[in-house]
Design a binder for this molecule. Structure first.
Ligand SMILES: NC(=O)c1ccc[n+]([C@@H]2O[C@H](COP(=O)([O-])OP(=O)(O)OC[C@H]3O[C@@H](n4cnc5c(N)ncnc54)[C@H](O)[C@@H]3O)[C@@H](O)[C@H]2O)c1
Length: 343
């Protein structure tokens, strides 16, 4: 039997590298598209080249012609679309560039699929940021964290979307096109509204990948800021659990066309920044929590987001397996081991 083929856009970024490794290990033929614009991608590409066999195309997804030519010459069973401008802060500085990468880049791929590869399963990495700031969700404030008053099981997909920040708008509009290409053109498309993902091969920076960034800053004794009061809560999801959801989406592709799924750590993996630092101080005994440096909130920052994963559980038979302590252990050890590379 011939090998199944997957194209991973953004395939040498954090999620992409982990996805590539796992699909290769499961016997898939993996091709990657990336423009290498993100910090850490050179390390990830080197790691992949040294250890695995795959095809690499250095292409910018904004380049309509090159994307079209790629799909004209190749056909895939699955396209995992991860390439993107990923930082809210950068989207505010360069909103047009953010739009061109996230919205236009996604349409370029959808169009190429429609013309040349319309049987492929297309899985789009969207974000919980499509729900916006969620000011209408009532909160209570505890000593170290915010809590929902009415959503003890988290936010499900019926919560109204409210794109906030250029990043929210570009990712949100891309997601709507992904859904619509299933309705109008019959493509097999699905979007995952991902929460905060963390894990190995993540080169966190202040703008993106906060768990990784805080650990790197602690280990390298770099100055860092907390935006807001540190009580903001996220449901964090360890990378291996996300990759498992990608496989399950492919397995169930016939029944999830045009669907969106919240994919996050859920209520049992929700943690505030202050609580994260409590945990990290167990690893870095010389770190003084009293010296945390606070700065003002960023535009569109949600005080709390916790995903209700019930739809994914019901349809994909998926739920997170890593606990917070298992996940933090893995990422801390990986950063510690690769500290010279990260420097
Ligand atoms: N990591 C998270 O917590 C998280 C949460 C929600 C959604 N997402 C989404 O998942 C996807 C992957 O995120 P990640 O954390 O791996 O980010 P990442 O920045 O590590 O990876 C993105 C990759 O896309 C590439 N890229 C950027 N612009 C490109 C372009 N114009 N053409 C081709 N390649 C380009 C980058 O070089 C990088 O390798 C993104 O779409 C992101 O919005 C991530």
């Amino acid at each position: 039997m011939s090998k199944k083929k997957i194209l991973i856009t953004g395939g040498v970024g954090f999620i992409g590298t982990n996805a590539a490794i796992n699909f290769i290990k499961k016997g898939w033929n993996v091709s990657i598209v990336d423009n290498l614009s993100k910090i850490g991608t050179d390390n990830n590409l080197r790691h992949l080249k040294q250890n695995y066999l795959f095809k690499f195309h250095k292409i910018d997804i904004r380049n309509t012609n090159k994307i079209d030519q790629l799909f004209k010459r190749n056909s895939y069973d699955m396209v995992l679309h991860l390439a993107g401008q990923v930082a809210v802060t950068k989207s505010i500085k360069v909103p047009k560039e953010d739009f061109e990468i996230n919205a236009l880049g996604t349409i370029n791929i959808l169009e190429a699929l429609r013309k040349h590869n319309n049987k492929a399963f297309f899985l789009n990495a969207s974000t919980n940021k499509v729900y916006g700031k969620m000011d209408n969700a009532k909160l209570s404030i505890k000593k170290k964290k915010y809590q929902y008053k009415d959503f003890s099981k988290g936010i499900d997909e019926s919560f109204p979307v409210d794109f906030h920040s250029p990043y929210g708008c570009s990712k949100g509009s891309a997601e709507q096109y992904v859904v619509d290409y299933a309705r109008v053109y019959g493509l097999k498309t699905t979007s995952f509204r991902q929460s905060c993902i963390y894990g190995v091969h993540q080169y966190g920076i202040e703008d993106h990948g906060w768990i990784s960034w805080f650990i790197i800053a602690l280990i390298l004794k770099k100055p860092f800021k907390i935006f807001g009061n540190g009580k903001q809560v996220r449901d964090i999801l360890y990378i291996d659990d996300l990759i498992k959801a990608y496989f399950l989406a492919y397995k169930n592709r016939q029944k999830i066309s045009g669907e969106v799924f919240n994919i996050g750590g859920g209520p049992s993996n929700a943690i505030s920044i202050l609580e994260l630092f409590d945990r990290l101080s167990l690893y870095k005994k010389d770190f003084d929590k009293k010296k945390l440096n606070f700065s003002k909130w960023r535009v569109g920052d949600q005080k709390i987001f916790i995903s209700n994963n019930n739809k994914a559980k019901k349809i994909l038979n998926w739920e997170p397996e890593h606990s917070i302590s298992q996940g933090i252990d893995k990422i801390f050890n990986w950063i510690n081991k690769n500290v010279n590379l990260i420097k």
